[in-house]
Write a protein that binds this ligand. Sequence first.
Ligand code: RAM
Length: 906
Amino acid sequence: MLTVSHLRCEYRINPIGLDMKSPRLSWKLQSDRRNCVQSAYQIQLSLTGNNEQIEWDSGKINSDQSIHVELDQWLPNARTRYHYRIRAWDAAGDESSWSDTAFFEMGFMESKSAWKADWITAPLDGENDVSCPRFRRLFDLQKSVTSARIYVTALGLYELHLNDQRVGQDYFTPGWTSYGKRLQYQVYDVTDMLRHGENILGAYLGDGWYRGHLGWNKEQKIFGTDAALLLELHIRYADGSVEHILSNSDWKVATSAIRMSDIYMGETYDARMESSWIDGPTGKWSPVDVLDYTKGIIVAQENVSVTQAEQLKPIALLTTPQGDRVLDMGQNMVGWVRFSIQGESGHTVELRHAEILDHEGNFYIDNLRGATQCIRYTLKGGELETYEPHFTFQGFRYVKLIGFPDQVQLTDFTGVVLHSNMERTGNFSCSSPLVNQLHHNILWGQKGNFLDVPTDCPQRDERLGWTGDAQMFVRTASYLMNTAPFFTKWLRDLEADQGEDGGIPFFVPDLRSSTSEGWGDTSHSSAAWGDAAVICPWTIYEMYGDVRLLAEQYDSMKRWINYIHAQGENPYLWNTGFHFGDWLGLDSKPDSYIGATDKDYVATAFYAYSVSLTRKAAEVLGHSEDALYYDKLHDHIVAAFQEEFVTPAGKLAVPTQTAHVLALHFDLLDSKARKRAIDQLGKLVADAGNHLTTGFVGTPYLNPVLSDTGHHELAYTLLFQEDYPSWLYQVTQGATTVWEHWDGIKEDGSLWSADMNSFNHYAYGAIGEWLYRYVAGINTDEQEPGFRVVHIEPKPGPGLEWVEASLETMYGPVGSSWYRRENNELEVRVTIPANATGMILLPGAVIQTVLENGKPVDQVKDFHDIQTQENGVRIALGSGSYQFTYLAAVSEKETDAQQPEQTESV
Ligand code: RAM
């Protein structure tokens, strides 16, 4: 039986407020037959969910495309909801029934002038000049309503209320973009929230990234001085008439109980000042000011929203040696604490947030630098009151309670985890509990740092969209969760903030004026950081088959290459300007953050790499002249690199692990030098006592390079090191997220300097890619991206008894698991989703049995193609679930790890 499910429009489930001309649809097929390939599909659009009046019908289209399908010869209307359903046929002749119906709804489309509302703001003088004013509009409805939408954005952050209910589940709206150039709006369906008679629409405004503290100099009002709201409520009545309630001078403003709210500093709330939306504070509502501000930069929301993704309960209430009462959430998390309390009116309680306790077990906040992340709440008094903040978030595991009654209970507190609501896609577990904890820590690094933009860290006075960190982690992140909408938005900001000369800021959104101090008068374009402009769109293209995003970013990619090309005298080397180099590499000089690998070497290597990816992009997009140009340019850069950094005898002139890793991974050497570099890398790791010395730039590629160059067992050795420096060192120190420094907490318990010591920094979590792509061996084909052709090449190694991994791709679930069995047998289980195919390479020689859905397949020749190669047996597979048992080629160290429970089939 063939079925069609998982309908998505622009990656999202029933999105509201799309502004593109041609929204793309994707779906997944399921079939109980092996080798399922779609042969045709049909899409129907209707204006109602019951599919009675069909608005548009594709007819039966003979095509195997099931992701990113555009609707041919069809254009959507603004502010219209379209319901869609899909059916499909497969090559075996099966026909599915119609899928369930899903929908997408258009926003204002291109008609920016469509905004009729005015920007409204609180007058700057007087009592209303607080950080979080509230705005309201009362209106009367007498006719019956069929539908109602709110279109809304803000300078700052907004929280909407309609008839005393919060509108929507989104937080930190309208999101962080390159304000001034791009500002998102959201759309909410509020049909069911309206009532007959008087209605009250209200909004709180917070400073947010727009005008709150930002950057380590903690400047305020970087993007603008006035917080403002722009809103339209469109009501459609049963009689066909339409009414618009617009933000304008009819609105009123008042102070709110939120006395202060700031991303870094936390929130101050006085519950005594709470008042209904009708009465207001002692009945005082003043007129708003209308602000003259452009609407020409407003764009529809592109990313998935930030939501309350999960909730944690504290695991302990401790009293520290210094006498502080401290909650332990059991997890370094990002979001806030919701709490309930009962007490006297006017009593104030305080929550301070910290990532760690120090060596003595005391509350430690020095590493937060200037970010106080402090919540202050003044009680209304009387009844039990429950509170959670509005426009701030904290990065923490420990919460110091000040002013709370003695009898507080753990159950009074809930950790609310907030992040961009991306679909979880990757799962990985194995026989090593420590490696499983590492995977957990990587995942939580993503949760904490994918709060609308990819940040370096979520706790200190930084929390910025560092480009380098984002490119290092993008592939790992895209194994763990569906990051396509997240990076689509961020890359548009990257392009918006790209300099006229093609340079890329250190972080996106850029806030150059606030943070240039300390970096000197630099162009703000560092190698390996600016390369995010190329690496990120290319990675999203590979992981999701998103050609549109690649096409959209192509110009930005080219401009970045042109920028590098124009630096210095020699257009084929990048040997000028400021660079972060191999940031935090362990081979740095004392007191330096920059690792020993020559900065020009790093810069030129990344130059070559970005050119090679841009050439591939040119090919994919059909820009053949560009492809030729980049091909030649690449040759020149490689020649210049070799001339500059490789001795005539083929030895790398820069003797670091990172230098060897980059040259090998970016393929910058001739075969003689390559061979030497492979041997030398092995020696360098051995000389370091089988430990790494790499920083931000070398670490992400280290294990992949070792596995690719015959040092696979060494990669496992590095993975399993538990002493400093290693991934598991921090795990054995109790880490629940990935640290910024290999020795954030040193072996003697002392701490790395408080000036830069984050315990939630995902860069080194890029090892996650190696776990999925090498250890479990799940990879996409570059020519058939988005896992249309799935490569499965499990790479067992010493120390692991079994691995179970899965990845929810655009086509459906891919599975790859392996288990050591008796007599040196290895069992591999593979799942390939319908409408995809697999290419599996089993790293052994002799196949014993092959099972399909638990039943034996008697002849292996039943498969399309099977080849015995030097490195294993290669088999081409169609969709289905398979189980292979074969003799493993390598004998490996024994471990005492436990076997998982046996299951019948995958
Ligand atoms: C630190 C950031 C970030 C890194 C830069 C160079 O301040 O935390 O991780 O990319 O420096």
